[in-house]
Design a binder for this molecule. Structure first.
Ligand code: SF4
Length: 259
């Protein structure tokens, strides 16, 4: 495999290697990858319990809107934000407002907590080490980053990467909710407890929210670990993969094709 076609598969392989799975080739075989089922079985911890999939009504119909219309609507939100001083994070050393990134017609949306140093410098969400891991997670799901939409609860970097204060998150999340309404994703993945808290309006442990579906603005919402947490505790990557598999099942996604 060469060039762009190899990148998603390489990211997929990297992600499974992060999970501690290295045996993609049959012993003695020239190159064939193990079958998807075998690979998934290998990626699935033996002790994994069946996911508790609470039945929820399907996503609300998304108003028909073309890609240019939705892109224009997102731009209008960005223009509304302007050089925002609506919350204290405007005066906490931010360099760039980090609006969002990805497809205006994405079926899948990821929401994190807030920008870090790299994101603050570039004005784009999830571009640092945690962003690289998120890219690999997206590729492992069989998608390109450009096919999903990525945003955060707050659009300005909290100093020292602290958790946003409620006044900051509550003030800024109005813009995120408008972004969600424009994009109209079928599934939202809340990355970490802060995103889950402000998207669901409840404060519960991440463990109690994972493994089942929630509802958010016409979309089904799943909760998983923030990539920054997974970098600190890689042993939880297998659990995060369970969450992503649940999302893949909902969206009919399969891991990237072999070869
Ligand atoms: S975090 Fe949001 S509400 Fe606060 S200053 Fe930045 S853009 Fe405005």
């Amino acid at each position: 495999m060469r060039g762009e076609a190899a990148q998603p598969v390489q990211a997929w392989v990297d992600y499974f290697r992060d999970l501690g799975i290295h045996d993609f080739y049959r012993p003695g075989g020239p190159a064939p990858l193990a079958g998807d089922e075998a690979l998934e079985a290998a990626a699935t911890p033996a002790a994994m319990a069946p996911l508790d999939l609470a039945p929820l009504p399907g996503p609300a119909p998304v108003p028909a809107a073309s890609m240019p219309d939705r892109a224009a609507a997102l731009l209008a939100i960005r223009n509304d934000i302007g050089d925002c001083t609506r919350c204290p994070l405007a005066y906490a050393g931010r360099r760039k407002i980090v609006f969002g990134d990805g497809s205006p017609t994405a079926r899948l949306m990821f929401v994190g907590e807030g920008p870090g140093a790299d994101e603050d410098a570039q004005g784009v969400p999830f571009v640092g080490k945690a962003g690289q891991l998120l890219n690999n997670m997206i590729a492992a799901m069989g998608l390109a980053r450009a096919e999903v939409y990525i945003a955060n609860i707050v659009k300005c970097r909290p100093p020292n990467n602290r958790v946003p204060e409620p006044v900051e998150a509550n003030t800024c999340s109005q813009f995120l909710l408008r972004q969600i309404d424009v994009v109209g994703p079928e599934v939202i993945v809340a990355l970490g407890a802060t995103a889950a808290t402000y998207l669901l309006g409840v404060k519960q442990s991440l463990g109690s929210l994972r493994g089942r579906w929630h509802a958010c603005r016409g979309a089904k919402l799943a909760v998983t670990y923030h990539p920054a947490f997974l970098l600190r505790d890689p042993s939880q990557k297998a659990e995060a993969w369970k969450d992503l598999r649940m999302v893949m099942g909902e969206l009919g996604l399969k891991p990237p094709a072999r070869g």
